[in-house]
Design a protein around this ligand. Structure first.
Ligand code: FAD
Ligand code: NAG
Ligand code: NAG
Ligand code: NAG
Ligand code: NAG
Ligand code: NAG
Ligand code: NAG
Length: 538
């Protein structure tokens, strides 16, 4: 998950005025990222041909172009520092219409790129193309239906649906899925790249619940993709499906039963010394062979340093799935561990949600609303930058290496007026995140982590020099984490996509990369689906 901007609003508010500068232009992007893109990235796509444009118009699909009144709203990036101008935005209302749009653009032989957009929450605006001149397939406008089959315990969800409305529809019927906490994230990108939430220690990633998908391939055909039909694509889409192999128009997920008792909790710790002990205590509690933390205990360490404008220096917060008494025992273990390390036991807050298992007032929906905010909230644009890091299961943090990380974060508190934080989301041995719950997938290279991290910068400046300073600070923090285990197998999470990464192919996909590239070449010979970190450049 990412840090809610509300937490760092105080810190970031001071940056607001510096965030008004000119938006980051493509030239800046190219200068920063050129080393990553030299594997044949075509920087400037050709214009959409008159033939393609009249094909789109004849298709009957709603399409807008630059200059049309709705276009500027439709092309608004969620990350406001990375705007791009698509050649066109198509809003299909069916898989057949997605296929029509795909074929119209493909007729230009891959000169103009197609890019699916679900919730539009790509950190690099990849769903606007990640460059100018792509044709966006905007699924969020018309493809948002959610159909629940209670007997089969599955839901079929059109790819433009977002997490809040999905959680609401499932929760009313007593069902649930693991996923992130931002209600406006789309199921498209989230499911194809992973999808982590506080329930993931017991339910896995959202991706683990995909039973079947409907895919419109780059040649415009409509395929049913599941373990027995199109097994190569079923393997590849789960982990690397974002704008690489076509447009997923529909997901079928297997469902979990919504829990009837949930505790939302947070502990805030006053000093950096406490935060060192927190890392060690949670590492120990999650990896010890006896008396290990319950898998219902979903949680995240959030490190932000002292005097950042937030309470204390770090927190451990999350959602516990289970009875309040069991939560008290788990929280007691953490508090004892901190006390025996001579650290503060933190300032606690928690709320237990119990009651009806179904309906709009169910315990689960009340807990989710407390965690996620209004499930039907509208998306907003914000300036940010983020990096990710997944350890290999045994980062073996020591007092020295944990202190080095925290000292580095402290050194960069409020860098360039931003709000900066490092989250350590807990997975660990026994977690469902680390089990291969379903058929093998490209995502299986990520099945070992103890902590899954995000370094999040709220209030990313637009000034090029200020950005370089932020990039240098974030690199230094990431290096301080990796220094805990220099020979560890550290990987990155493609859902926290980062335009600064040069060898993104091996860092996101590791040993899955070669097979992914060969499936890409076979399915998309024109490289119609393409963006700066597409598989064709990895
Ligand atoms: C506010 C916020 C909170 C977040 N919290 C979490 C969290 O708690 N846990 C977590 O794991 N992640 C979290 N994320 C990261 C999130 O999982 C990714 O940003 C995700 O890719 C967004 O999906 P989307 O559909 O909204 O984005 P989009 O921008 O629409 O898509 C992302 C990528 O997927 C491609 N794509 C989208 N739909 C399809 C499709 N149907 N077929 C093929 N390709 C497609 C796009 O082309 C793009 O490359 C968060 C992101 C934000 C901005
Ligand atoms: C992308 O489009 C925007 C607005 O249309 C423009 O300002 C910017 O210069 C373009 N970038 C490139 C590389 O053409
Ligand atoms: C997989 O797809 C095939 C072809 O459409 C279909 O017959 C089969 O029922 C599907 N299986 C699942 C589990 O969806
Ligand atoms: C949880 O909240 C209850 C009620 O406020 C409180 O009595 C209890 O001490 C809290 N438990 C923890 C572990 O914070
Ligand atoms: C590292 O941690 C793992 C478990 O997390 C443990 O098995 C291993 O012994 C540790 N290695 C060292 C060198 O401490
Ligand atoms: C999951 O699958 C991957 C790839 O096949 C394999 O390397 C890994 O050992 C498996 N993990 C588990 C926990 O079975
Ligand atoms: C009321 C309460 O304690 N809410 C908490 C629910 O859990 C989230 C995530 O840990 C916390 O941020 C809330 O404070």
């Amino acid at each position: 998950m990412r840090l809610s901007s509300a937490l760092l609003l105080g810190a970031a508010a001071g940056a607001a005025s510096s965030v008004q500068a000119a938006p980051l232009g493509f030239a800046d992007f190219e200068a920063r990222g050129s080393a990553a893109l030299d594997a044949g990235f075509v920087a400037v796509a050709r214009d959409l041909s008159a033939v393609a444009r009249s094909c789109l118009e004849a298709s009957g699909v709603a399409v807008t172009y630059p200059g049309d009144s709705a276009f500027s709203t439709q092309s608004q990036p969620e990350n406001s520092v990375l705007p791009y101008t698509p050649a066109a935005i198509a809003a299909p209302a069916s898989a057949d219409e997605v296929a029509s749009v795909t074929r119209c653009v493909a007729a230009q032989n891959g000169d103009v790129k197609v890019v699916p957009k679900s919730g539009g929450h790509s950190y690099t605006s990849a769903s606007l193309g990640g460059q100018n001149g792509s044709v966006v397939i905007d699924l969020k406008q018309h493809l948002t239906a959610i159909t629940i089959d209670a007997d089969a315990k599955t839901a079929t969800v059109q790819a433009g649906a977002t997490l809040g409305p999905l959680a609401q529809a499932l929760g009313e019927k007593g069902f649930a899925l693991p996923h992130g906490t931002c209600p406006t994230v789309g199921v498209g990108g989230h499911s194809l790249g992973g999808g982590w939430g506080f329930t993931s220690r017991s339910w896995g990633w959202l991706l683990d619940h995909i039973v079947s998908m409907q895919l419109v391939t780059p040649d415009g055909s409509i395929k049913s993709v599941n373990a027995t039909s199109e097994p190569d694509l079923f393997w590849a889409l789960r982990g690397a499906g974002a704008s690489n192999f076509g447009t997923v128009t529909e997901f079928t997920y297997s469902l979990e039963d919504a829990p009837e008792s949930v505790v939302n909790y947070s502990f805030t710790y006053p000093s950096n010394d406490d935060c060192v002990q927190l890392i060690l205590a949670v590492q120990d509690l999650a990896t010890r062979s006896d008396g290990r933390l319950d898998l219902g205990m979903g949680g995240e360490i959030l490190l932000y340093g002292e005097n950042s404008g937030n309470d204390g220096a770090c927190s451990f917060a999350g959602q516990f799935k289970g009875a309040a008494s069991t939560f008290e025992a788990q929280a007691g273990m953490l508090s004892d561990a901190m006390q025996s390390r001579g650290a503060s036991t933190g300032t606690p807050a928690n709320t237990t949600f119990t009651g009806a298992a179904t309906g709009s007032d169910s315990a689960w929906l009340r807990a989710l609303t407390d965690l996620m905010g209004d499930l039907n909230a509208a998306a907003i644009s914000e300036p940010y930058y983020a990096k990710s890091l997944m350890d290999d299961g045994s980062p073996n943090y020591t007092a020295d290496s944990a202190k080095a990380i925290i000292d580095t974060i402290q050194k960069h508190v409020l860098v360039e007026g931003t709000g900066i934080s490092l989250s350590l989301d807990l997975n660990g041995p026994g977690s469902a995140t680390n089990a291969n719950l379903t058929t093998a997938s490209a995502f299986d290279v990520h099945r070992t982590s103890l902590f899954f991290s995000q370094l999040y910068v709220y209030g990313q400046p637009t000034d090029a020099t200020a950005q370089q300073n932020v990039f240098a600070a974030t690199d230094e923090i990431i290096e301080s984490v990796k220094a805990a285990k220099p020979n560890g197998n550290w990987l990155l999470y493609v859902n926290y996509i980062d335009a600064q990464i040069k060898d993104f192919g091996t860092q996101y996909y590791s040993t899955a990369l070669e097979r992914l590239k060969s499936i890409k070449a076979a399915v998309d010979p024109l490289t119609l689906f393409d963006f700066p970190q597409g598989l064709a450049h990895a």
